[in-house]
Write a protein that binds this ligand. Structure first.
Ligand SMILES: *[C@@H]1O[C@H](CO)[C@@H](O)[C@H](O)[C@H]1NC(C)=O
Ligand SMILES: *[C@@H]1O[C@H](CO)[C@@H](O)[C@H](O)[C@H]1NC(C)=O
Ligand SMILES: *[C@@H]1O[C@H](CO)[C@@H](O)[C@H](O)[C@H]1NC(C)=O
Ligand SMILES: *[C@@H]1O[C@H](CO)[C@@H](O)[C@H](O)[C@H]1NC(C)=O
Ligand SMILES: *[C@@H]1O[C@H](CO)[C@@H](O)[C@H](O)[C@H]1NC(C)=O
Ligand SMILES: *[C@@H]1O[C@H](CO)[C@@H](O)[C@H](O)[C@H]1NC(C)=O
Ligand SMILES: *[C@@H]1O[C@H](CO)[C@@H](O)[C@H](O)[C@H]1NC(C)=O
Length: 675
């Protein structure tokens, strides 16, 4: 039946469809036309490597599939999918492949067997320019890009309406070919985009050295406590953290629950880890180091005195090892020394996802496939010291739990760039992985210098007063982790507050980041928590309802999107953590600490589940939102910035501390009771 149906379509093409049946499929925006300088047309007989990305199925149902394996009431809870099953769910319909292949062979007069099918969603064929121009009703030109490299493309192209629904996009097309190497061209060094604050987007800025604590008296409540718990209000150690959350000393180690840490542009120093272990985690022997999973030319460790040892990697490893040793840590160190040293790009995370899933390297979403030059690091890297090997695709298995203490503002990259990444995270959670992101550190803002000096957004009539939600945290398949703290007169038996400190110039408003995404609607698993928040604890701030893809930001004088995905989901201590960097014992602050803390808690629970033959906890958000009794609710403090009060911690979920901090025994009880 299918064959017959396709054959009749072919016939109608063969006898010639009226011109008006063609519709414009893609047009190059005017801004892009200014960047690319049009040069000569192409020799009609030159052969173009044409790739046709087909519309993929499944994305509409993805959320339901994630709930099938992650919702505590689902009969398929923890029945995770294999890589092959996930690929199958999202590949184009066979009808699309057949229809486009038939049409192309007719219109371009080539044999069907010369049109190759790639499992990543592509049809590929070598077609003469004249045939491609006829097929796509366009004219191809050479264009010079900003670096003077020659790329082939067109300003717009069209497709027959019955083919258009199957096709995502065609290259070369509005998106040009990769640079052609055939001729030498003059090179003018380009100047990309805006300038950024310290570290650039994609980086959590480093945490800060000790604030000046005044004279201290032992808190009244500390007198009955053992000496190593008497000063947790000023000095947080692994002993304090275990006491705060009732986390037992780790003892299990297995081959499947190594904890993954993402690091980029910062490197650990073994002697700093050793100093931490010796001083604060004597259960971890000197020399303990992560299993390397180095991506695209990355290398670690560095000498303690190296300027690239800024502390981020050290504290992530200190936190993780101290809570999970003898369990292993896997270090996903990403990007070569060139990009590590001088990261002026707005994209981040893509080269990491490439390394975990080879199909992501060419995964095509809404016309965006692969890494974007000028936005992402691209490999091989011709820059001095750059990694000259091929981009690493699918070279490392993702660990069950991966903690990431990096992020940037949603506003820093396009909506489709983020949807493409978030789709990949959705595919990982379908396979039972948990991806944790530190929510950010500047209250309702992004870090200083991101979008505005104060890290906030501007709008019509609003000068840097609109809240600036974080990405990757805002992807609804992430466990977004905010931070909490104890005050100096408190003990581990007191309730914590929002992490909120004045850490000196540039970091006066250092506080747990939270708010509402402008690009992702609130997912169903959050709905009841958000409804309760708005009905019982309306923050009383002006708001707007964001349109598709983050339009409408700042409408009505609003400062947040009332309909957005709320962040963070949970929180944990992120203040006064003692750790060594370059041989000095500092106090560290930030959600950077809270993410590996939660990752460690989930790793310990995964180990217990493994020991009784159960699978990993995977995407925990639906379970946690259904069972807030497993968390310690935080109800004091707030996260102001952008010239206003931010959000206060209240009972129940709130956009400063989420559902709260871990109550380990209750979390363990809950997750052990699930299949
Ligand atoms: C471990 O390393 C630290 C830091 O270098 C050092 O102070 C300590 O003496 C070492 N401990 C052992 C048992 O070697
Ligand atoms: C590391 O410490 C040494 C000794 O105090 C100092 O000379 C060096 O400048 C420090 N390195 C960095 C990057 O701060
Ligand atoms: C990155 O930015 C810095 C400071 O603006 C500049 O000196 C450097 O050349 C830039 N690097 C690249 C690769 O554009
Ligand atoms: C929103 O973005 C998606 C992905 O880039 C795109 O497919 C869709 O057309 C956009 N919607 C609107 C209303 O712009
Ligand atoms: C916006 O605010 C900044 C910092 O408060 C100030 O320097 C700048 O002049 C303001 N811009 C406008 C257009 O009001
Ligand atoms: C700590 O000090 C604050 C402010 O001075 C006070 O509100 C709070 O009750 C004190 N907490 C304890 C446990 O004494
Ligand atoms: C509540 O948080 C405020 C800061 O917002 C802090 O000054 C105060 O000490 C906290 N109170 C308690 C009881 O933790």
């Amino acid at each position: 039946m299918l064959r017959l149906f396709v054959a009749s379509l072919t016939l109608s093409v063969a006898i010639g469809l009226p011109v008006h049946d063609y519709v414009v499929h893609e047009e190059r925006p005017a801004t892009a036309r200014q960047v690319l300088k049009r040069r000569a047309g192409l020799n009609p007989d030159a052969v173009l490597p044409i790739k046709i990305g087909l519309v993929q199925s499944g994305l509409d149902q993805a959320y339901d599939w994630v709930m099938d394996v992650s919702h505590p009431e689902s009969s398929a809870y923890a029945s995770y999918l294999t890589v092959a099953e996930v690929n199958d769910l999202f590949k184009p319909e066979p009808e699309s492949i057949d229809a486009v292949r038939e049409w192309l062979s007719q219109v371009a007069d080539i044999d069907q067997k010369d049109i190759l099918w790639s499992k990543n969603g592509w049809l590929a064929a070598n077609i003469p320019v004249h045939a491609a121009e006829k097929a796509f009703r366009t004219s191809y030109f050479e264009h010079a890009d900003r670096e003077g490299r020659i790329r082939v493309g067109c300003d717009s192209y069209s497709l027959p309406s019955h083919i258009q629904s199957h096709v995502d996009y065609i290259t070369p097309g509005v998106k040009s070919s990769p640079p052609l190497r055939k001729r030498s061209v003059s090179r003018n060094k380009p100047v990309w985009g805006p300038s950024w604050g310290p570290g650039g987007p994609g980086r959590r800025p480093p945490q800060w050295a000790p604030p000046n604590h005044g004279p201290w008296q032992m808190p009244p409540g500390a007198h009955g406590l053992p000496p190593d718990l008497q000063d947790c209000g000023r000095n947080i150690t692994p002993t304090c953290i275990r006491a705060l959350y009732d986390i037992p000393k780790a003892h299990l180690k297995d081959s499947v629950n190594a904890l993954g840490l993402f690091e980029d542009g910062d490197f650990y120093a073994q002697s700093d880890l050793n100093a931490f272990f010796t001083q604060y985690a004597p259960n971890v022997p000197n020399g303990t180091h992560p299993i390397p999973a180095f991506i695209d030319g990355a290398k670690a460790p560095v000498a303690a005195s190296d300027p690239t040892n800024t502390g981020e990697s050290d504290i992530d490893m200190d936190m993780s090892y101290s809570l999970i040793y003898p369990q292993d840590v896997v270090l996903y160190q990403v990007d070569d020394s060139f990009y590590s040293a001088d990261y002026n790009l707005t994209g981040f995370f893509n080269t990491f996802l490439d390394a975990l899933d080879g199909s992501y390297c060419t995964y095509n979403y809404d016309g965006l496939a692969g890494d974007t030059p000028g936005v992402d690091p691209t490999y091989p890297d011709p820059n001095p010291g750059g990694y000259k090997g091929q981009l690493q695709c699918g070279v490392y298995a993702p660990t069950r739990v991966i903690s990431v203490s990096y992020g940037e503002a949603e506003a820093d990259v396009s909506a489709r760039y983020q949807y493409r990444q978030c789709n990949e995270i959705m595919k990982l959670v379908l396979q039972g992985h948990t991806i944790l992101l530190a929510s950010g550190d500047y209250g309702v803002a992004s870090f200083p210098g991101d979008d505005n000096p104060n890290g906030c957004l501007s709008g019509d009539g609003q000068n840097a007063t609109i809240y600036n939600p974080d990405f990757v945290s805002s992807c609804p398949y992430i466990l977004s982790v905010g931070a909490t703290q104890l005050y100096s007169n408190q003990t581990v038996n007191d309730p914590e507050s929002v992490m909120q400190d004045n850490l000196g110039p540039g970091a006066e408003l250092f506080a747990s980041h939270g708010g509402f995404s402008n690009r992702y609607k609130a997912p169903a698993y959050q709905k009841s928590a958000l409804d309760t928040y708005f009905s019982k604890h309306d923050p009383g701030l002006p708001y707007y309802i964001a349109g598709p893809n983050g339009t409408n930001i700042g409408a009505n004088g609003g400062v947040y999107n009332r309909a957005g995905r709320g962040i963070p989901d949970v929180s944990a201590n992120g203040a006064n953590f003692r750790a060594y960097t370059n041989g000095t014992d500092y106090h560290w602050y930030g959600t950077s600490l809270a993410a590996p803390l939660w990752a460690s808690v989930l790793t310990l629970i995964n180990e217990e589940r493994t020991a009784v033959g159960k699978g990993p906890v995977g995407f925990v958000n639906p379970v946690l939102y259904e069972n807030p009794w497993t968390l310690k609710d935080i109800t004091n403090g707030s996260n102001p910035n952008c010239g206003s009060s931010g959000f206060a911690a209240v009972s129940g979920w709130d956009p400063a501390t989420g559902l709260g901090t871990p109550n380990y025994p209750k979390l363990l009880q809950l997750f052990m009771s699930l299949p």
